[in-house]
Design a protein around this ligand. Structure first.
Ligand code: HSE
Length: 426
């Protein structure tokens, strides 16, 4: 029987889940996959946590060099997160002939070119299914099962923390701030939640997923990014009345004008499958030229779901010794021939507060007309605060820059103020 020794760098939430899965399923993998996987080494400073998880003291080590020189270790699992020291540890492992499985989206997004080059040079494997969307098998689905397709788009809810916050704001009317505090108490959001709520986490994942989907490097610096920190309950409520759900969406498109990549809050029609992806669940909706639409749905974070993706990679690595690598030219920067669409098109929801007097509405509509913006829906709420009437405008498809110019012009009139602009996905 094939024997495979694993080292785990970091016994946090995901590392702990991976350890538990590997130890509890050892006999199952022997029987069903013909491979005996053992955890030979663990790099973890918190000895108490390691011992509580059942790690034998003899397997605990305090530096990566010990792991790199351990002949019993074939595969190193990196679940530390962040760039350093994870990058140095992964490079050291690859250079000492170990295959690497990582869940680290920031590291893979920023340094995949360097890691892949090092893995190829050393003829070892480099696997990263767990870096995107936790337990949802989107990377290998694109690389293997769906590789016959040319993808025109991918759209996803790929951050669990923000989806949990937006779901709770929509369900109970609680404010962003109070739901964030609740998410932190539940352990979904970090003490510093910036990466999740400002959309960085989703942008790292979108960079990885769109590079694979479109067969070219899509650096995260090319991604338009906007988080959820300015979302107000009033817009979630108006959106519901208009038949929309509010989500933090990651969108990648590949068309004649180039590649369009963006992460931002968006209203989706409540009949769209993504509108029903709630709480900390994630989903990716892919459109390929042969398969048409495919949606992969499941838990995008957490010890066991992310551990499931890591263990899947370990078994795949063990059973496929001739390693293959990503299907795009994995360079640091985008290929010079790749064009990125910045002035993208969308429908828009715009909330304004306007002076409640004659002529104001016609000035607003004239401004939209001046910027070639066609209005699809106009709702004036009867509720008035301080003589101001809330107006909701939903546009037909228009260019982002035209909206920006119209918003600046409306605000400059002094008669109305744009309070919120949210893109709408039809
Ligand atoms: N912070 C991430 C999320 C964890 O909330 O989705 C998984 O990458």
């Amino acid at each position: 029987m094939k024997k495979v020794g694993v080292a785990i760098l970091g016994l946090g939430v995901v590392g702990g889940g991976t350890y538990k899965i590997l130890t509890e399923h050892r006999e199952f993998y022997k029987k069903n996959h013909g491979v005996d996987i053992t955890v030979e080494s663990v790099l973890e400073r918190n000895e108490k946590r390691a011992l509580e998880l059942g790690v034998d003291k003899s397997k605990l080590c305090s530096n990566v060099a010990e792991i790199c020189s351990n002949p019993e270790v074939d595969i190193v699992v990196e679940v530390i997160g962040g760039v350093e020291p994870a990058r140095s540890f992964v490079l050291a492992a690859l250079n000492s002939g170990k295959s690497v499985v990582t869940s680290n989206k920031e590291l893979y997004c920023k340094y995949s070119h360097e890691l892949e080059k090092t893995a190829k040079k050393n003829r070892v494997g480099l696997f990263f299914e767990a870096s995107c969307v936790g337990g949802v098998p989107v990377i290998r689905s694109m690389l293997d099962n769906l590789q016959g397709n040319e993808f025109s788009s991918l759209m996803g809810i790929i951050n669990g923390t923000t989806n949990y916050i937006l779901t709770k704001m929509s369900d109970g009317g609680a404010s962003y701030k109070s739901v964030l505090e609740e998410a932190q108490k539940l352990g979904y959001a970090e003490t510093d939640p910036t990466s999740d709520v400002e959309g960085y986490d989703a942008a790292y994942k979108l960079s990885i997923l769109s590079s694979i989907a479109f067969h070219t490097k899509v650096p995260y610096t090319e991604i338009y990014r906007e988080g959820i920190t300015d979302i107000e309950n009033v817009d979630v409520e108006y959106g519901k009345q208009l038949g929309y759900a509010l989500k933090l969406l990651a969108i990648g498109k590949n068309g004649e004008s180039g590649i369009e990549v963006r992460v931002h809050p968006a209203f989706i029609k409540s009949s769209h499958p993504l509108a029903n992806v709630n709480d900390s669940y994630n989903a990716v909706y892919l459109t390929g030229d042969c398969v048409e639409d495919v949606m992969l749905y499941g838990r995008g974070a957490g010890a066991m779901p992310t551990g499931s993706a890591i263990v899947g990679d370990i078994i795949y690595c063990a059973l496929h010794p001739n390693h293959s690598y990503s299907t795009f030219k994995n360079t640091e920067k985008a290929d010079a021939n790749t064009k990125f669409v910045k002035n993208f098109e969308s429908e828009y929801y715009i909330r304004l507060s306007a002076e409640d007097k004659a002529g104001v509405l016609s000035k607003i509509t004239a401004t939209f007309g001046k910027h070639a913006i066609s209005v699809a829906q106009f709702v004036q709420d009867k509720e008035r605060e301080g003589g101001k009437a809330p107006l909701i405008v939903v546009t037909h498809i228009t260019k982002e820059q035209n909206i920006k110019k119209a918003v600046a012009d409306i605000n400059a009139t002094g008669l109305a103020k744009v309070d919120a602009v949210i893109r709408v996905i039809s």
